[in-house]
Design a protein around this ligand. Structure first.
Ligand code: MLT
Length: 397
């Protein structure tokens, strides 16, 4: 028996596990200090009432022989009609027409970001932005793929554009971006779609944060760009949109027109899912189906507005300190430059030790993240204000 030696090429621990361990050690050493976490992007507001009502009704269905549900009706996409229809409606409002057969229900974007690689050859060359959500990189290291980086930096506003001299087969894009909060305009995405089509490459587009977009020039879905159905898979989540980080539900769009060498990627993914997955619970799906109803969108809109206000508080605090950052407007993430030329972990330690505020070191997302730091808007207004006051006091001192 041989292990998968690619795992030995990974960093020892997943970024958020390291941040969590450092925070726990600090709390043990200083039990009296109140720590404010603006690190992992985990939601803090309860589920919207429409979601809770729908889940309660679904629990009652499960208590009744006539309405009880076992496995999901379709053993490939695993979606109940009510949920699939609501997703189609949400896309229609963005001007995108999909078919039910394009949608696959999952337990969240992170799993599908990794799992989708099952249907793609290990020989493919992968292009990931740097800095990047660690999942894209680590899952490809595990599979032993060749990885190239698209440099994101202060110069390009952390929005790298395609380089025609670089040849890639699989391209990862996330907009609004994790970790930088920067978001592509439709025009910019058009260039990426053109590049992918020209190279016969596949874009894996992570749209987990699209409900934070308010600016209409920015893309909400890659399928708003002509030609994208022939070169892109879109991975979406209810986690940040509707507070489902602890509930777990997402959806992945593999358009039926997406083929390579005459093979349908939709069919391959259906085959993969029916073999290795057994669906998302009925109760969860009914809760998710309430999210994109008219009342659901109104209620989740209130929660997103709450987080957006936190992002505004953080951005305003950084503005007044004269600190450069991206994000914070169409995203729950704010990507700031560390003050006084500090390194990312150096600033992390300083902020934790002297202000009891936890963020995420930018270098944990890639070499171009060195000297940067990510803050999230997922906390209370009170804690966010308090954190910014502590940061201001520390930096002024
Ligand atoms: C983050 O903080 O980057 C996210 O919460 C991670 C995730 O969604 O898996």
């Amino acid at each position: 028996m041989k292990i998968n030696e690619n795992f030995l090429k990974l960093k020892d621990s997943y970024l958020f596990a390291t941040v969590g361990a450092k925070t726990a050690a600090y709390k043990r050493a200083h039990p009296d200090r109140e720590v404010i976490r603006l690190s992992i992007g985990d939601v803090t507001l309860p589920l919207a009432p429409v979601v809770i009502d729908a889940m309660h009704r679904a629990v009652d269905d499960m208590a009744n022989r006539a309405t009880f549900k076992g496995y999901a009706p379709d053993q490939t996409c695993y979606g109940y009609d009510r949920l699939l229809d609501s997703i189609l409606d949400s896309y229609a409002r963005k001007g995108v027409t999909l078919g039910k057969g394009d949608i696959f229900i999952s337990d969240g974007a992170k799993s599908d970001c990794g799992n989708i690689l099952d249907i793609l050859s290990a020989d493919n060359t992968v292009l990931v932005p740097d800095p990047v959500y660690p999942v894209y990189l680590d899952t490809n290291i595990m599979a032993g793929r060749k990885i190239l980086f698209a440099d994101a930096n202060e110069g390009n506003g952390f929005l790298p554009m395609p380089d025609p001299n670089v040849r890639a087969d699989i391209i990862y894009l996330c907009s609004p971006n994790n970790p930088t909060g920067a978001a592509y305009t439709k025009e910019q995405l058009k260039a990426w779609v053109g590049y992918a089509l020209m190279q016969d490459a596949l874009i894996l587009y992570d749209a987990a944060y699209e409900y934070f977009v308010t600016d209409s020039s920015l893309a909400r879905s890659i399928y708003q760009i002509e030609g994208a159905k022939n070169c892109a898979i879109e991975i979406c989540s209810y986690s940040k949109t509707a507070g489902f980080t602890g509930v777990r539900c997402g959806y992945t769009i593999v358009p039926q027109e997406l083929t390579r060498d005459g093979v349908s990627l939709n069919k391959l993914w259906a085959r993969r899912q029916s073999t290795k997955f057994n669906g998302t619970s009925y109760i969860t799906q009914m809760g998710a189906a309430a999210v994109f109803t008219e009342e659901g969108e109104r209620q989740i809109g209130e929660n997103i507005a709450y987080y957006r206000e936190n992002a505004r508080i953080i951005s305003a605090g950084l503005d007044s300190l004269g600190i450069w950052y991206t994000g914070g407007k169409n995203s729950p993430y704010i990507w700031m430059k560390c003050p006084n030329g500090m390194g990312s972990w150096e600033f992390f330690d300083e902020l934790l030790e002297k202000a009891s505020v936890v963020g995420t070191p930018g270098c944990g997302f890639g070499k171009n993240g060195e000297g940067f730091f990510r803050l999230t808007a997922f906390n209370t207004h009170e804690n966010t204000l308090e954190a910014m006051q502590r940061i201001a006091k520390l930096l002024k001192a």
